[in-house]
Design a protein around this ligand. Structure first.
Ligand code: AMP
Length: 400
């Protein structure tokens, strides 16, 4: 049997980027991966890794279809004819499922129309995801496309945590509720936590901290999320790389009425020029840590605000859960920044949370425990793998 037989090609299309990975869902083997950046802009580039070799190319990519076509040729150069590779599915990350989608969904023309209809809920993301779907369908018409929604895991959030306290009629008319995002990651990581601890997921109360450039926290009781920090959009919640997270909504009104910023300008301010970047000019924790070490006050404040917000959510979720069995860090910052993990949980011994300094300092790509022996709450670092989760869910829905 060919190594690609039954594999899933996973696409994660952003507004100007396209990440892809060819993965075997059964054992998680990554057969190839790549990324196209600055699509539709000058200086677009693509990187493709396969058979232990990495090729980077600067080329003109006018649209996502051009990137998918170039990816197909990269595969062909490595001896993989995608159309004839026995793929079970192409799995697509779709950011917003709105009220319509909360299961892995085989893409049909009706599904495409519905994703288009709900795109105003995620104007930065869903249209790009759709372009990725259409490009993949054009290239691989015989392979089923499956949409995996970032909101799906949080579909069953209790009403009390999903509901904004605004006029009910307005909320209903405009599909306003807390949807939550990064669901594929929170679901995958919380499942891995149960495996790592060799516990039945139904018996565990967990807090998962997905700390990447975007960041979110979730409280999960017995495998079901009961709260999450992102809301109607991915802007709510934790301080992020370039997003503000929680702010007083009155601030938006003030920016408009007093600072004379348009809605579009406020959107850009809160999504792209806020968070760590807004506070200190950097959104990468490696740079922020270096700046702090050199005595930079703005970087120190950005770090402190980030940690303060994180601890506020930890406290809230601990009370929402009533008992916490495990706190898990994941994604770029969570997996790599020992100082963030340490500061997030410092001084919480009274709550049964004790981080072991040496374990926390170890750098590793494996799931690991960083709590001290005897800590009542397990503290873990578990690498997320959204591509594998998408591949598994896609293969499962097409019967692969
Ligand atoms: P993600 O969105 O999950 O890819 O995470 C990206 C973020 O992870 C970057 O913006 C960095 O802030 C952070 N990051 C990645 N590697 C490291 C590292 N070695 N140390 C600290 N932060 C890191």
């Amino acid at each position: 049997m060919s190594p690609t037989s039954g594999a899933v090609l996973v696409f994660n299309a952003g507004s100007s980027s396209l990440k892809y990975q060819l993965v075997q869902p059964a054992d998680g083997t990554v057969l190839a991966e790549g990324i196209a950046e600055r699509i539709g802009d000058t200086g677009s580039s693509m990187t493709h890794e396969q058979n232990g070799e990495t090729v980077t190319e600067t080329l003109q990519l006018d649209d996502h279809l051009a990137a998918v076509r170039r990816a197909e040729r990269f595969f062909a150069d490595n001896g993989t004819d995608l159309a004839d590779a026995g793929l079970s599915a192409v799995g697509h990350r779709v950011v917003h499922g709105g009220r319509s989608f909360y299961e892995p969904t085989v893409v049909t023309p009706e599904v495409i129309s519905e994703i288009e209809r709900i795109s105003p809920l995620a104007p930065l993301h869903n249209p790009a995801n759709l372009v990725g779907i259409l490009a993949a369908q054009e290239l691989l018409p015989d392979v089923p496309s499956v949409a995996i929604f970032d909101t799906a895991f949080f579909h069953g959030l209790p009403d009390a945590s999903a509901t904004y306290a605004i006029d009910r009629a307005v909320a209903d008319e405009h599909a306003i509720r807390r949807y939550g995002f990064h669901g594929t990651s929170h679901e995958y990581v919380s499942g891995r936590v149960a495996e790592f601890l060799d516990r039945d997921p139904a018996s565990l109360n967990q807090i998962v901290l997905h700390l990447g450039n975007g960041a979110s926290a979730s409280a999960i009781a017995g495998g079901q999320p009961i709260d999450t920090s992102m809301g109607m959009t991915p802007l709510e919640g934790l301080v992020m790389g370039t997003r503000s997270g929680d702010i007083d909504p009155g601030l938006v009104l003030h920016l408009n009425r007093v600072a004379n910023l348009s809605v579009g300008e406020i959107d850009t301010l809160l999504n792209k020029r806020s968070g760590l970047r807004g506070l200190c000019g950097e959104n990468d924790f490696r740079a922020i840590t270096e700046l702090m070490e050199s005595g930079d006050d703005a970087a120190r404040r950005a770090f402190d605000v980030y940690i303060h917000r994180l601890r506020r959510y930890l406290g809230a979720y601990a009370f929402a859960l009533g008992r916490v069995d495990a706190i898990t860090f994941t994604a770029g910052v969570g997996e790599n920044s020992a100082v963030v993990r340490c500061c997030a949980l410092a001084g919480l011994e009274g709550f049964g949370i004790v981080v072991d300094e040496e374990r926390n300092a170890v750098r590793s790509k494996a799931a690991r425990r960083i709590s001290a022996d005897g800590s009542a709450v397990e503290v873990l670092v578990v690498p997320t793998n959204e591509e594998l989760a998408i591949a598994r869910q896609s293969a499962a829905v097409v019967g692969g």
